[in-house]
Design a protein around this ligand. Structure first.
Ligand code: NAD
Ligand code: DAU
Length: 335
């Protein structure tokens, strides 16, 4: 299989490429990534001899068309992904997430007219908005779209484009909406790596609001195993929700990090809450389990968190050069 991976130099995409190179000798991987602040060539260093990395933008129709024409399948991870950045400057989110997805769909439609080119679009549970705290309800495939933030609204728009291209042009696409990922190679702007690297650099962790907001955590390798399962066995046109029964409030996650890193439970600062902060996300992954037989392997959150902390301890060269600038930006926003 000739596989094009967009956003393969980002957090989830890089882990996906590593796993693909390790486990699937029959797959030739091309990564298309514009190496924004969130993309890192170094994240692909362990597999650089095994893949082709093309530095380019998913809104570049000429380049995308050429690469899609050379591919049997496309897994589309590339996006602007950080909610706080979207609140500060939404324009790149509209461009990359909406126009970028449109550009990929048009290339798949055009070049897959004879032999269909398989597309998997990677999306987020945030398209469904949020759920109340202390409520057993979870998101399902039929939950209404109700995005809250500039980030989630652009992902929702992208999902709608994919659905329309499936219906109108019979593009052979699937969609997955996953919950919060954690693991190695995640940018230090995100919650878990931010707190780990704050402690490693002598800063106090920062908690938005009271920390009651709930996220449904999944290890990145479990997300990527589900993506592979959907790519190979998923029904064209279908949406699958990916989650690993990992609901935890932010304060509990932070306290687990503090405990595993030898700090006291109150050694952190409360900072200004995020505007429009979604209360709770929770995924019902039943169809993925029952129809495709997927099961998460990383079910011990403490063990996954410990391994992630160890990764940041031993990969300081990967994150240290960007840490001060990320914290300087946060310091301006959190005053
Ligand atoms: P990330 O921010 O770590 O990486 C995004 C990658 O996309 C980067 O390498 C960046 O350079 C690249 N990119 C951005 N705009 C581009 C453009 N215009 N052209 C080419 N490349 C571009 O993101 P991530 O956390 O790895 O998320 C990957 C995908 O998974 C996204 O679509 C995101 O919406 C989705 N997702 C993420 C999570 C999560 O918890 N991180 C959960 C569910 C879904
Ligand atoms: O649910 C899937 C989504 O998860 C993905 O689509 C997004 O791309 C990804 O960034 C993530 O979005 P969140 O906004 O949930 O993740 P983030 O890591 O930014 O924040 C997780 C929670 O922690 C959230 O409730 C905000 C809070 N938070 C975050 C930061 C950075 C803090 O309390 N302190 C912080 O310093």
């Amino acid at each position: 299989m000739r596989l094009l991976v967009t956003g393969g130099a980002g957090f989830i995409g890089a882990n996906f490429v590593h796993a693909t190179v390790r486990d699937r000798a029959d797959v030739a991987v091309t990564v298309l990534d514009s190496l924004t602040y969130a993309g890192s060539r170094e994240s692909l260093t362990p597999v650089e001899a095994d893949i082709r990395l093309v530095e380019g933008d998913i809104t570049d129709a000429g380049l995308v068309g050429k690469l899609v024409a050379e591919s049997d399948a496309v897994v589309h991870f590339a996006a602007e992904t950080h909610v706080d950045n979207a609140l500060a400057d939404p324009e790149p989110f509209v461009r990359s997430n909406v126009l970028g997805t449109f550009t990929i769909l048009e290339a798949v439609r055009q070049h897959g007219a004879g032999t269909p080119i398989r597309l998997h679009h990677v999306s987020t549970d945030e398209v469904y908005g949020d759920l109340p705290l202390d409520d057993p309800a979870r998101f399902t495939e039929s939950s209404p779209y109700n995005p809250s933030s500039p980030y989630s609204s652009t992902k929702a728009a992208a999902d709608m484009l994919v659905r329309a291209w499936v219906r109108s042009y019979r593009v052979a696409a699937t969609i997955s909406n996953c919950s919060n990922n954690y693991g190695p190679y995640q940018h230090v702007e995100k919650f878990i790596p931010r707190q780990i690297t704050n402690i490693l650099t002598g800063r106090r962790p920062k908690l938005y609001g009271t920390g009651a907001n709930v996220r449904d955590w999944i290890h990145v390798d479990d997300h990527n195993a589900a993506v592979w399962r959907i790519l190979t066995d998923g029904a064209h046109g279908r949406t699958y929700l990916i989650g690993a029964d990992g609901e935890r409030d932010n304060l509990s996650v932070l306290r687990a990090i503090l405990r595993l890193m030898g700090c006291g439970p109150d050694e952190f600062d409360h900072v200004t809450d995020r505007a429009g902060h979604d209360l709770r996300y929770a995924i019902d992954p039943t169809p993925l389990r029952d129809e495709l037989g997927w099961r998460p392997r990383h079910t011990d959150f403490d063990a996954g968190l410990r391994a992630t902390i160890d990764w940041y301890r031993t990969h300081e060269a990967w994150w240290r050069p960007i840490k001060d600038a990320v914290e300087a930006t946060y310091a301006e926003r959190e005053q």
